[in-house]
Design a protein around this ligand. Structure first.
Ligand SMILES: CC(C)(COP(=O)(O)OP(=O)(O)OC[C@H]1O[C@@H](n2cnc3c(N)ncnc32)[C@H](O)[C@@H]1OP(=O)(O)O)[C@@H](O)C(=O)NCCC(=O)NCCS
Length: 181
C-alpha cells in the first residue's frame, strides 16, 4: 500500500521515539558500528519537537502506523533531538542562510520504497516556498546516497563526538536553487 503523508503532530512523538532507534539500528548497519549507532541514539538521533511545532516535519503513515519521518528546518540547529539542546533555537534568515534538511528515519520494513525520496520532495518544496534559496544537510553516511540523488554536493566532512565516547563521521551537503525554482 502507498503511504499517506502529513505534517507531524506533537501526539506522534511516542511513535517517532520508537521508530528512530529502530530505523538507525537496522538501516545504518554497514555504515556505522554498533557503538556509533548506540552512541547517537537519543541525542544526535532523536525527535526535535521544534520542527513539529514549526510545521516543517512530515510523517509517512501506512495503515495508521508511522513508517517514516523527516523534514526541514528554518532554525539554526544543524542536527539532533530535543535532548541535545537546552536553549531556544533561533530562526535563520532565508535571504542569507540555508534551510536545513533534518532527521529522516524510515522503518526498515519500508526502506527503498521511495518514502525518503517523497519526504525530500515535500521538504524541498516547503523550504523554497518559505523563501530559502540554499538547503544544507548534515547527512549520516547512510543518508548521503539519498541526498546525492537530489543533486546535493558534499561541502565538508566532520566528526560528531558522541556521549559514549564514539565518534560519528558525517557529511555536510548543500544545494543552491536555480533562480527559477
Ligand atoms: C537514508 C534513508 C532515510 C533512505 O530512506 P528510503 O525511504 O529507504 O530511501 P528511498 O527509497 O526514497 O531511496 C531513494 C534513492 O536514494 C538512494 N538510496 C537510498 N538508500 C540507499 C542506500 N542504503 N544505499 C544506496 N543508495 C540508497 C537510492 O538511489 C534510492 O533509489 P533506488 O531505491 O531506486 O535505488 C533510510 O535508509 C534511513 O532511514 N536510514 C537510517 C537513518 C538515517 O541515517 N537517516 C539519514 C539521516 S541524515
Amino acid at each position: 500500500m502507498t503511504p499517506a503523508y502529513r505534517l507531524a503532530e506533537l501526539g506522534d512523538i511516542p511513535a517517532l521515539e520508537t521508530l528512530i532507534p529502530l530505523s538507525a539500528r537496522k538501516l545504518q548497519v554497514g555504515f556505522y558500528t554498533e557503538a556509533q549507532i548506540e552512541g547517537a541514539i537519543g541525542t544526535v538521533f532523536g525527535v526535535d519537537s521544534q520542527l513539529i511545532r514549526d510545521g516543517t516535519y512530515f510523517v509517512a503513515v501506512d495503515e495508521g502506523r508511522i513508517v517514516g519521518c523527516g523534514g526541514w528546518s528554518k532554525r539554526k540547529t544543524l542536527y539532533g533531538g530535543d535532548r541535545a539542546r537546552t536553549a531556544p533555537d533561533p530562526l535563520r534568515d532565508p535571504a542569507t542562510e540555508p534551510a536545513m534538511i533534518r532527521a529522516f528515519f524510515i522503518h526498515p520494513d519500508f526502506a527503498r520504497r521511495g518514502i525518503g525520496r517523497k519526504i525530500m520532495e515535500l521538504s524541498e518544496t516547503a523550504a523554497l516556498a518559505a523563501g530559502f534559496r540554499q538547503i544544507d544537510i548534515v547527512a549520516t553516511l547512510a543518508g548521503a546516497p539519498l541526498y546525492a540523488t537530489f543533486a546535493y554536493a558534499t561541502v565538508e566532512r566532520f566528526d560528531i563526538p558522541l556521549p559514549n565516547g564514539a565518534i560519528m563521521p558525517v557529511v555536510r551537503m548543500r544545494k543552491t536553487a536555480a533562480p527559477s525554482d
